[in-house]
Design a protein around this ligand. Structure first.
Ligand code: ADP
Ligand code: MG
Length: 394
């Protein structure tokens, strides 16, 4: 488990603190922020630093400008949103070099408690290659570093990893601390029984997660499109369902190793087409020719609810069906409702799983919703996250 210096361990009064945030927010065609979850998530760290008299220099990437200035990917709208949320002006250093003359001048003028936001770090081609030159430039602006960008913690870039070589101490912000606490405890130090729910489209994208979690969980529940490769491994027919032929042997091996730890659907909602309006029915066991599985069936929901009833920790990654289509979202919604109802620590990771829980209106009922899709996946895979490893140990 990580044991890193946190923002509260720093003496920040009067100090220039560079903070890596995840302001990679979605914008509409007019440049308006359509979902400010990530900005809201960064506020506790920013407010703490402002209230404690630091000079707060914020940086983040947005989208993929591929190493050059792209006006549509400017962080200007983020500066505006931040100013509103903080109730105080956040100065935007509109500097195409990120750390150029304008940025340096803006930092020069700061008083204690002021906030400056730098331009999109990916305007610089060095950023994603973790090239020293840009890391040094970023570090030269500040006295200490805080990383609160969990969403990029699985990448080693200048603004989260390179910079820690030149700016010490490097501390974890509140958001990263919360991610480490919930994901870390769920996987490595859980209150048992620990149940993992894995779904989504493909076995192939979740192999490392399955392997890592199988060693740790008391039960592993499988749903979503990946279930059908396991069906094939059991000798069942799968009709037109998602099937990864190359992974059938792998699924067989997993079934052998897992024994009765692993739960598979006992019934399936099948459709005659991949569309919300398709004809559908519930089948048990084999999936007939001409039909494809798009959701878990009602008996499976009951089976999984029973398996979750006494769980004390639950980790969920991957929806149980094609939740984007209302007619095939029932299984996913029922599992989300179950997690909302049980007396357990519930941790949701993975972009689509989080979207499904939001769509069901149950996000506030979960113990923790991870803010990093890729990063939370790598955490569940048991991998070290470079953005966290690079922070100063306690
Ligand atoms: P996450 O982002 O939570 O890690 P994934 O990306 O692995 O999840 O999978 C999410 C996708 O899996 C969704 O778009 C969903 O529609 C799809 N999916 C789930 N069940 C099925 C199924 N039975 N057939 C086809 N696609 C499915
Ligand atoms: Mg996904």
């Amino acid at each position: 488990m990580y044991n890193k210096v946190t923002v509260e361990d720093l003496q920040v009064k009067g100090k220039k603190v560079l903070v890596r945030c995840d302001f990679n927010v979605p914008l509409d065609e007019n440049g308006n922020i359509t979902d400010d979850t990530r900005i809201v998530g960064a506020m506790p760290t920013i407010e703490y630093l402002v209230n404690n008299g630091a000079k707060v220099i914020l940086c983040s990437h947005m989208g993929k400008p591929k190493g050059e200035p792209v006006p549509e990917l400017s962080l200007a709208p983020v500066a505006k949103a931040l100013s509103e949320k903080l109730g105080k002006e956040v100065v935007f250093a509109a500097d195409d070099n990120v750390v150029g003359e304008r940025a340096k001048a803006a930092v020069q003028e700061m008083n204690d408690g002021d906030v400056v936001l730098l331009q999109n770090t990916r305007y610089r081609k060095e950023e994603t290659k973790n090239v020293d030159e840009f890391s040094k430039e970023l570090a030269s602006l500040a006295d200490m570093f805080v990383n609160d960008a969990f969403g990029t913690a699985h990448r080693a870039h200048c603004s989260n990893v390179g910079v820690t070589q030149y700016l010490k101490p490097a501390a974890a912000g509140y958001l990263i601390q919360k991610e480490i606490e919930f994901l870390g405890n769920a996987v490595n130090n859980p209150v048992r029984p620990l149940v993992a729910i894995l779904g989504g489209s493909k076995v192939s994208s979740k192999i490392s997660v399955i392997e890592n979690l199988l060693k740790k969980v008391d039960k592993l529940i499988i749903g979503g499109g990946m279930a059908y490769t396991f069906f094939a491994a059991q000798g069942k027919t799968t009709g037109n369902s998602l099937l990864e032929e190359d992974y059938i042997d792998y699924a067989k091996k997993m079934l052998d190793e897992a024994g009765d730890k692993l739960l598979l659907p006992v019934d399936t909602v099948v459709a005659n087409d991949f569309s919300n309006d398709a004809e559908s029915k519930v089948v048990e066991g084999d999936i007939p020719d001409g039909w494809e599985g798009l959701d878990i069936g009602p008996k499976t929901v009951k089976l999984y609810q029973d398996a979750l009833a006494d769980a004390k920790t639950v980790v969920w990654n991957g929806p149980m069906g094609v939740f984007e289509m209302p007619n095939f979202a029932k299984g996913t919604n029922a599992i989300a409702q179950t997690l909302a109802d049980i007396d357990a620590t519930t941790v949701i990771g993975g972009g689509d799983s989080v979207a499904a829980v939001n769509q069901a209106g149950l996000a506030s009922k979960m113990s923790h919703i991870s803010t990093g899709g890729g990063a939370s996946m790598e955490f569940l895979e048991g991998k070290d996250l470079p953005g966290i490893v690079a922070l100063t140990d306690k």
